[in-house]
Design a protein around this ligand. Structure first.
Ligand SMILES: *[C@@H]1O[C@H](CO)[C@@H](O)[C@H](O)[C@H]1NC(C)=O
Ligand SMILES: *[C@@H]1O[C@H](CO)[C@@H](O)[C@H](O)[C@H]1NC(C)=O
Ligand SMILES: *[C@@H]1O[C@H](CO)[C@@H](O)[C@H](O)[C@H]1NC(C)=O
Ligand SMILES: *[C@@H]1O[C@H](CO)[C@@H](O)[C@H](O)[C@H]1NC(C)=O
Ligand SMILES: *[C@@H]1O[C@H](CO)[C@@H](O)[C@H](O)[C@H]1NC(C)=O
Length: 449
């Protein structure tokens, strides 16, 4: 071995643990440095006949306002201003170089009448809807193939009035798949900030096939009982930053996805370069942060730093199953505080169903290079359930500086199978699968020397 190679090995082993996912670590700094361009033109929704009495339907006013503002896209863009009041509306779309600004006291209220929501085809990387096969309602606020779109305000509110949708879901009376509050499709350079989101019918913010997505200072809240409500979903999207936000929802607070089985494999667009920091999360009957289970386009280079997770079934969850294909790799999670969590860390290789029977059961997902560092918890039921796939075990799972204090009812602390990895300073004592390091390289990608 030459001197140069020895030197390189010595240097790489000095790289601090959190520095592996470089691109992701820079994305929040990069996106937050961009200054919000003030738009040279501004109109108020009242200029288009909107009435903020909570009863008048304003869908046409929003649609007309956006249509009018399209002509300003090549003149520096425009702002659509929403003053204090309760502005009832059905679904509407945004346009390029637009800022939707909700004043303090402004509430955009989603209509509970399904006929006020447009209907569209399911997403190509899913092949069908998640609630039921077939079409889906458009989101309340849509950005499709747009760039430079900002949804912000002085802590205005967007209220999805989801209760009726949750009831329709539970009673199997949905005609089409439930809508989300905001959806970005094939869009670039989007910002969502300084807003409160309440009662999303399904997801609060869905970013799909999009890049450079910056979400910060938002509060998202839905009841802990709301079925499968998810806060923020970066889905087949890259260069995403989520920071300084609080999310309390029924299922998953933040869920990273990239398509479903044969549809996601064919579409083949990963979620990558995602940075999540300074977040406060509750995913009551799901997870605070989850990866998958739809991950067929791949998920990689994700950095989660500084999160508080509480009152949830699971803290951190990696989910996949045979037939998914794809991968979950190069994930760094550190500085996590947990309180009142059923299972702190889950990796489940037989999670979730299939879109239809056309999936390839031999499409095995790959899960590797998952690093968890500085995870503290109190009132934890089970420390970890890490159950991989026999034909494709989860590898290079590294736990360091983990300290979980278990609640009195807990009996087992770790359950592991088909998983390999390493551990350092982990309490309670981890399973033997995490104590050996028999992989070719360790979790940091360094050759074993
Ligand atoms: C924003 O509004 C929500 C709901 O009105 C409120 O709970 C929250 O404290 C407000 N946040 C800020 C920063 O003012
Ligand atoms: C968001 O709120 C912060 C204060 O919390 C303020 O400094 C910033 O200007 C706001 N952004 C917008 C776009 O209003
Ligand atoms: C986010 O929160 C952190 C820590 O609370 C603070 O230092 C930082 O300035 C905030 N960033 C933004 C963009 O508000
Ligand atoms: C994995 O998920 C499946 C489906 O939800 C569940 O039945 C199983 O118990 C989970 N495995 C573990 C180890 O939690
Ligand atoms: C674990 O993290 C805590 C808090 O950051 C620190 O005080 C402690 O020294 C760390 N222990 C090890 C073994 O790294």
């Amino acid at each position: 071995m030459s001197v140069a190679i020895i030197l390189i090995l010595a240097l790489t082993s000095l790289i601090p643990i959190n520095a592996k996912v470089d691109g992701a670590g820079k994305i929040c700094d990069e996106l937050s440095r961009r200054t919000l361009s003030t738009r040279p033109h501004s109109v108020s929704i009242t200029d288009f006949g909107a009435v903020g009495d909570g009863r008048t339907l304003n869908t046409l006013a929003f649609q007309n306002a956006v249509f009018y503002l399209m002509s300003f896209a090549d003149k520096g863009g425009a702002q659509l201003y929403v003053p204090p009041g309760r502005w009832l509306t059905g679904s509407f779309s945004l346009t390029n170089h637009l800022t939707l600004f909700l004043e303090n006291g402004a509430v955009i209220v989603a209509s509970q009448d399904p006929s006020h929501w447009e209907v569209e085809d399911s997403l190509p990387s899913y092949g069908r809807g998640l609630d039921l096969p077939g079409k889906r309602y458009k989101s309340l606020i849509n950005a499709n193939m747009l760039h430079d779109v900002v949804v912000t305000g002085d802590n205005g509110t967007i209220d999805g009035q989801g209760l009726v949708w949750w009831d329709r879901f539970t009673s199997h009376s949905l005609k089409y798949n439930r809508p989300h509050l905001i959806e970005f499709i094939l869009s670039e350079n989007v910002i969502v900030s300084n807003l409160t989101f309440l009662n999303a019918p399904a997801y609060t913010i869905h970013s799909i096939y999009s890049s450079h997505v910056y979400i910060h200072k938002i509060l998202a809240h839905s009841s802990p009982e709301s079925p499968y409500t998810i806060g923020i979903v970066p889905d087949s999207s890259d260069n995403v930053c989520i920071q300084n936000s609080t999310i309390n929802v029924g299922y998953d607070a933040i869920s990273l996805k990239s398509g479903w089985d044969e549809y996601g494999i064919a579409y083949s667009r990963p979620t990558e370069n995602v940075h999540i920091r300074n977040v406060n999360l509750r995913g009551a009957s799901g997870s605070c942060i989850s990866f998958g289970s739809e991950m067929s386009g791949g998920i990689s280079d994700v950095l989660v730093d500084n999160a508080f997770m509480h009152n949830s079934l699971t803290g951190i969850a990696l989910r996949t199953t045979k037939g998914r294909g794809g991968y979950i790799k190069e994930i760094d999670i550190s500085n996590i505080d947990m309180s009142r969590i059923g299972t702190a860390i889950v990796a489940n290789g037989s999670f979730g169903s299939h879109p239809d029977d056309k999936y390839d059961a031999n499409a095995l997902p790959l899960v590797s290079h998952i690093r968890l560092n500085k995870i503290f918890g109190e009132n934890i039921g089970v420390a970890g359930k890490l159950v991989g796939i026999k034909e494709s075990p989860f590898t290079s799972v590294a736990l360091s500086n983990v300290s979980l204090s278990m609640n009195s009812g807990s009996s087992i602390s770790w359950q592991c199978s088909y998983v390999h990895g390493s551990s350092e300073s982990v309490i309670p004592e981890p399973c033997p699968e995490l104590k050996r390091d028999d992989d070719d390289d360790d979790a940091y990608g360094r050759a074993a020397v």
